[in-house]
Ligand binder design. Sequence first.
Ligand code: APR
Ligand code: ZN
Length: 368
Amino acid sequence: METRAAVAFKAGQPLSIETVTLDGPRPGEVLVEIKATGVCHTDAFTLSGDDPEGAFPAILGHEGAGVVVEVGEGVKSLKVGDHVIPLYTPECRECDYCLHPKTNLCQSIRSTQGQGLMPDGTSRFKLNGEPILHYMGCSTFSNYTVLPEIALAKIRKDAPFDKVCYIGCGVTTGVGAVAFDAKVEPGSNVVVFGLGGIGLNVIQGARMVGANKIIGVDINPSKVKLAKQFGMTDFINPKETPDLIEAIMDLTNGGADYSFECIGNVNTMRQALECCHKGWGESIIIGVAGAGQEISTRPFQLVTGRVWRGSAFGGARGRTDVPKIVDWYMDGKINIDDLITHKMPLDDINKAFDLMHSGESIRSVIEF
Ligand code: APR
Ligand code: ZN
């Protein structure tokens, strides 16, 4: 079949809207009509050329929602008409990782996914007879796309595509880091570094689980209003604070129970660890630092009981947890609507990247 898609031909160049050919699903695969997709920093990172795994030409996009159109041989868990969210972290429920209780990083299709290919080592997309690569196993910047069955979460049918697509990456990354990875207990004092899309989702996750203080740290005071609406109780601007760590210690009576780094800066990662409470404070890195960068601290910080860890896709096991997060949204436990600041058709997708780079948007959503 043919489908419209935004193709990334080269690093650093705008996406180009093309009609591409898409082969149908092979055994274990599913054809999905994408109804809406978010545009995320990770797409921009790959498009910039800085992503060591990035390869072109490719169809980017990994934050979508849509409907099953056709299922390949042997597909059991999905049928035509099901509503789904694509998963860049799949859940096969069979590999060593899926069977281990401490991780969500299913590895069953990791190597081919990293190469931009389906698990059988080929691509389903072509333009003028030449293959186009998949991206993060999703390629949601295409109106139709093919995914492995294990990379699709089945969701309820009354959930709006243009909102729940954000659960495919940003919402789950932030809310999940609190709920599934850190397992923040009610009454905890939480510090959130960076009040962008990820940080705001961490804040609302912390509110949802009943945190006590939720302290936001950002150099841009224009973020305060929305952060308060999402549950932030206190704000610190490091530019106006002589000693950031001391200010956090004062507000939390000795340090954070949990801190989350949602910037991707190795200096704030250190601050996030060192503002944690001696003996038990845990710091979770979510932000992605530039290629080749390294973190540092004095080892005594860890010897004296602070814990440094990271979180990917919010620790969520996609097929199991993503439908739960959709329920949280539908039940009004989390707010997605106010984070989607811009909507546009596929033709205007490059505007979504501009809005992200200028810091004007929290999330732009493309509706097909
Ligand atoms: N100290 C405090 N706040 C900072 C600093 C700093 N040194 N540098 C940037 N910030 C703030 C910005 O003002 C902004 O509000 O961090 C926030 C980052 O927000 P976004 O740019 O919207 O980024 P977001 O989408 O939330 O992603 C954050 O997670 O997914 C990764 O690649 C992404 O590494 C990035 C991080
Ligand atoms: Zn993403």
